[in-house]
Design a protein around this ligand. Structure first.
Ligand code: SAH
Ligand code: SF4
Length: 347
């Protein structure tokens, strides 16, 4: 790729408007360009039919429209889930997942190549962090998936590779491209950002008044077990995390979703469920229980019976409980199974 050229997809809409003005064009040309890129998803400057010919020529000479490419698509035979291997311009790879269901179509986006947080049960965590994605590289994943999907995308979740709040600015910038009516025009309440519990960023997210939904991976109900599986708990323990979640719900008046990955003998006992009930009852929330997808040595999915017993304890809670049976495990596309470590380019 020509390093001298300007990568248009990394501009926010306002940055695009400012930039076209430095070239002597009116701000609305920036909006039109932004619409061609994201709303219409054109792949050639010459298709931008409402732009003046001399502007198109300028763009062709000095800018790049392409940023990432689809290297491979695998589709689960049994469940219809598709996993996209996306090649970045430096040769690294990330994965994006498309999950069509009867009433909704969800896209799971990656925010980093790998992840620094090193949760013991997670395949992405085992890769370590290779690098952050730019806002353009994040939003580009949705462009690729939208071209492929037979049904319109209804839900977007930042639950692919990476810790979104460890790449806060680029993730928010990307979410704004998804939400913008000149971008993907996707409702903010249908965009969920999932964090492993980075407390300062949860507070910042609340203070900035974003309308995107927030999910927090709680995954344990006492500090000892949480620290064992999620090293981040040493930095911000459960009490601090819950305080930040309450702060978020009070400021935003939105609920938080707690994710709780159930692992046999780690966090799936009756005592664990009782403590979870007590913690979550203090917060305006819902709880999403995710039976573990087996990827890391030493961690197992509990039996159906144990899962049911765990859920029974949560009956009568003040919060709603949902169970997410992950889709796409036959192609390693389910929660926590995303890893591009085996690809030499990611070394
Ligand atoms: N880094 C963010 C978002 C990506 S992980 C976070 O941790 O929240 C998305 C979700 O998948 C998290 O709730 C995480 O706990 C869960 N997860 C990770 N590995 C998993 C696995 N093997 N099986 C099921 N869920 C898993
Ligand atoms: Fe990173 Fe989330 Fe995996 Fe933890 S669970 S290693 S934060 S991607």
């Amino acid at each position: 790729m020509d390093a001298e050229k300007i990568i248009l997809k990394n501009f926010s809409q306002s940055e695009m408007e400012d930039w076209v003005q430095t070239l002597g064009h009116q701000a609305f040309r920036g909006r039109q360009l932004f619409q061609w890129i994201w709303e219409k998803g054109v792949q050639n400057f010459s298709d931008m039919t409402n732009l003046p010919q001399n502007f198109i020529q300028e763009l062709e000479n000095s800018c790049l429209l392409e940023l990432t490419s689809v290297h491979q698509v695998q589709t689960s035979q049994s469940q219809g889930t598709s996993k996209f291997l996306i090649r970045l311009s430096d040769g690294k790879f990330v994965e994006t997942v498309l999950i069509p269901e009867s009433k909704r179509t969800t896209v799971c986006l990656s925010s980093q190549v790998g992840c620094a947080l090193d949760c013991d049960f997670c395949a992405t965590g085992k890769m370590g962090l290779k690098r952050n994605l730019s806002s353009g590289e994040i939003a580009d994943q949705l462009l690729h998936v939208r071209r492929f999907s037979e049904t319109p995308v209804t839900n977007i979740v930042f639950m692919g590779m990476g810790e979104p709040f460890h790449n806060y600015d680029q993730v928010i910038k990307a979410a704004e491209i998804l939400n913008s009516d000149s971008g993907f025009n996707h409702g903010a309440r249908k965009i969920t950002i999932s964090t492993s519990g980075m407390v300062p960023q949860i507070r910042r997210f609340a203070d900035e008044g974003h309308r995107f939904k927030l999910a927090v991976s709680l995954n344990a109900s006492d500090d000892e077990s949480r620290t064992q599986i999620m090293p981040i708990n040493k930095k911000w323990d459960i009490a601090e995390l819950i305080k930040a979640c309450k702060y978020y719900t009070e400021i935003s008046r939105n609920m938080v979703t707690f994710e709780y990955v159930l692992m046999e003998g780690v966090n799936d006992g009756i005592g664990d469920a009782r403590r979870l009930l007590k913690i979550a009852n203090q917060v305006f929330c819902k709880v999403n229980v995710i039976p573990y997808n087996e990827v890391a040595e030493g961690y197992l999915r509990p039996s159906k019976k144990r899962i049911e017993t765990f859920l029974e304890v949560l009956q009568g809670a003040r919060f709603a409980v949902t169970v997410r049976w992950s889709q796409g495990d036959d192609i390693d596309a389910a929660c926590g199974q995303l890893s591009t470590a085996a690809l030499s380019e990611n070394e």
